[in-house]
Design a binder for this molecule. Structure first.
Ligand code: ADP
Ligand code: GN1
Ligand code: MG
Length: 366
């Protein structure tokens, strides 16, 4: 950590005295800390994050999106008079800096933001039950639905974020450059990905032809980006709003399939454990449609199973690219970590392919 959390917190309009702060969560991009403050004898927690500015080059624009999105949702909750505690927690609540801005910038150029810690809820890296899958997917679907009437277009915090064709081109470029000298190790993975290259443009082609259309989407619906209420088991708050921007709804559903159906961790080395659990897929599909089904066209709905395969392949491509480039993007915790992550994604693609007909049949039925 090249910053002093206590000093950073002194610049936010926090009520109470700083007690302790420590790293929190398992995200790959930002530095997340849980900070405890003493408010007149009661301990209250906040999340304080340093935004990864190598990834998010324009943090001011990102925070502008953040405020627009959370205030839109908050306004909706107010109008719906949903003032009970369960619905009040439905969106992140920023704590402004003492100068009124939505972030603090320190002398070293680090950007920080702070929000209220949502207590009595947690995220799961691996979903345990079908109810969790249903509730998490319903929360992400509801999030898209809440933003369907947002005025104007949000800033693109990472351009071409889910352009799978560009992601594949970036991989081929990393292959050509072989910057970390690791190319010889990855020939099986490359063959697997190249054999599926033609599928990378499917959604983009349909979008270009006007058959499916852009909306405001989350774009990082890893299942640990939704908080599940400890008491009720419902998906109470969608978090990690850095990539909320224009996108296809399929990107969100696809990433839920990627992260919600396998009983194995994203970086599991025993690939025999990686499998697409059909009941979890069914729960995700039902939950997502309960949240977002009202605004999707029949064609869009029919492409949901495909999105699971595509986004799993896409993230596999990104992990492999980062491995070849020398681990410059995703935080790693061991040598070979990005290659392990790539391999689990490809194993999951294989498992999805073996159950694809049944996945499509279910989507048609629903
Ligand atoms: P990253 O972009 O690094 O993934 P996230 O915004 O997803 O960062 O935060 C990392 C983790 O911190 C989450 O997975 C979640 O467990 C926890 N977290 C984030 N925001 C909150 C919050 N407001 N209340 C409780 N926990 C939170
Ligand atoms: C990153 O920030 P986090 O850990 O929720 C990444 C996602 C990937 C994911 C893979 C901004 O998500 O796109 O799907 O890792 N976020 C960004 O686990 O690149
Ligand atoms: Mg996250």
């Amino acid at each position: 950590m090249n910053y002093d959390l206590r000093e950073v917190c002194a610049n936010f309009a926090l009520r109470g005295d700083y007690v302790i702060g420590m790293p929190f969560g398992t995200g790959h991009i930002n530095d997340t800390n849980a900070v405890t403050c003493d408010q007149g004898g009661t301990l209250v927690r906040y999340i304080v994050q340093r935004i990864n500015t190598n990834v998010f080059r324009q943090p001011e624009q990102l925070m502008e999106n953040f405020e627009r999105v959370t205030s839109h949702i908050r306004g909706k909750l107010r109008r719906e008079r949903k003032t009970n505690p369960a619905t009040r927690r439905r969106t992140l609540e920023l704590v402004p800096a003492k100068d009124g801005r939505p972030f603090v910038r320190d002398a070293a150029g680090n950007f920080f933001r702070c929000y209220v810690f949502v207590e009595n809820a947690r995220t799961y890296d691996i979903l345990e039950t079908e109810k969790q899958a249903y509730e998490a997917a319903a929360a992400f679907g509801g999030f898209q639905s809440d933003l369907a009437d947002l005025d104007g277009r949000l800033n693109e915090t990472i351009p071409e974020f889910h352009n799978t064709v560009s992601r594949l081109a970036a991989l081929e470029n990393a292959v050509k450059e072989n910057r970390a000298g690791r190319l010889a190790e990855v020939s099986a993975e490359l063959d697997f990905i190249r054999a599926r290259a033609s599928e990378c443009s499917t959604l983009l082609d349909l979008q270009a032809a006007g058959e499916i259309r852009e909306r405001t989407t989350h774009n990082d619906t890893k299942l640990n980006n939704v908080l599940i209420d400890d008491l009720t088991g419902t998906g109470c708050c969608v978090i990690d709003l850095d990539t909320v921007m224009p996108g296809l709804p399929h990107y969100d559903f696809g990433d839920m399939v990627r992260t919600g159906t396998s009983p194995a961790a994203e970086d599991e080395r025993d690939l025999s454990l990686v499998t697409m659990r059909f009941p979890m897929y069914e729960a995700l599909l039902r939950g997502y449609l309960a949240g977002a089904g009202n605004f999707l066209s029949p064609l869009e709905k029919s492409l949901l199973p495909f999105s699971g395969k595509l986004i799993t392949l896409e993230i596999g491509i990104r992990f492999l690219t980062d491995y070849l480039e020398g681990d410059v993007y995703f935080r790693i915790h061991r040598p070979g970590h990005n290659l392990d992550r790539c391999r689990t994604q490809l194993a999951l693609v294989k498992s999805i392919e073996s159950q694809y007909d049944a996945m499509r049949r279910l989507a048609e039925q629903l």
